[in-house]
Write a new protein. Structure first.
Length: 296
């Protein structure tokens, strides 16, 4: 009888371990803050890590090895009592078929992250109300990570998660904070999710699918085919160039992919449109021109 109980208990634990979707490394950098109780940052870091990694965010089943690898790096710049100002770096990656290589998916720097936190405050998320900018911001990026990741495995596969991120944004707008508002020309959380769900900008999500399924997932088996597929996908990004003020999705794509693209095309056989690729990259992502020089 004891063996049966033990087996059931272990099975429950195993299923619980498989339930969560994220493998998120949380880091809080508080080097700029001097002369205050620093234990609060350690407590918050541990609490956020547990909140993100142990919450069941979707109705999908993830095996342990299928969890999405990501990181949230919070750099505290100032503190006034229980109010903190910070920047938030959000990164995620996904495995590629047939290799141990992790391809970057997101690399976002959010420079407008202010929040209140008292040590040992419980971290609870209410999807029907705005309670805390700390919770709303973290949950917003959790669903953005999950949605964009799902898009790389199935065309528009992240719809549900991205709409959850949109719901977080809509609830958070009642805070009045600029990062959640529609401010012309400002690349903030509102613009990020608005662009990701925009019908006229859906080419971005199609590119993310083709780039990874046709390109990166074939790289180990057929490098020439994969390079051509990646080239076709990158060239397709030009279709959304200048469709919105500031080209946020162009920036989003190349902030994550610029280094990888250079590595892919810095050696080996040329693709059929290699010269066009380089010229297009210079035109739509001039901030990375120093990198594009290394493309053969």
């Amino acid at each position: 009888m004891r063996k049966i109980v033990l087996f059931v208990s272990l099975l429950f634990v195993f299923k619980s371990l498989n339930a969560q979707e994220l493998n998120c490394l949380v880091n809080i950098n508080y080097e700029q803050i001097a002369g205050s109780n620093r234990q609060v940052f350690v407590t918050l870091e541990n609490a956020l890590s547990e909140f993100i990694n142990k919450t069941k965010w979707t109705d999908r089943i993830f095996e342990v090895e299928e969890r999405v690898d990501c990181a949230m790096n919070i750099i505290i710049s100032s503190r006034d009592g229980n109010t903190f100002s910070a920047t938030l770096q959000v990164q995620s990656s996904r495995p590629t078929y047939g290799s141990s290589y992790l391809t970057p998916i997101l690399n976002i720097k959010d420079n407008d992250f202010t929040f209140r936190y008292n040590e040992f405050d419980p971290l609870n998320y209410n999807r029907n109300n705005f309670d805390s900018n700390l919770i709303s911001t973290i949950v917003f990026y959790v669903y953005t990570i999950l949605g964009v990741d799902a898009d790389t495995f199935s065309k528009f596969g992240g719809d549900k998660e991205l709409k959850e991120a949109q719901n977080v944004m809509l609830q958070a707008q009642q805070s009045g904070l600029a990062s959640w508002q529609n401010v012309v020309g400002k690349q903030n959380r509102y613009l990020l999710i608005d662009n990701l769900l925009s019908t006229k900008l859906k080419k971005y999500r199609e590119v993310m699918y083709d780039y990874h399924i046709k390109g990166m997932d074939n790289f180990a088996a057929n490098k020439d085919y994969a390079k051509q597929a990646i080239e076709t996908s990158v060239l397709a990004m030009e279709q959304i160039y200048n469709k919105t003020v500031g080209n946020y999705l162009i920036r989003l794509f190349f902030d994550a992919k610029a280094g990888e693209i250079v590595n892919v095309y810095s050696d080996g056989p040329k693709t059929k449109n290699s010269s066009n690729l380089k010229n297009t990259l210079k035109r739509i992502s001039p901030n990375n021109n120093a990198k594009w020089r290394d493309i053969e």
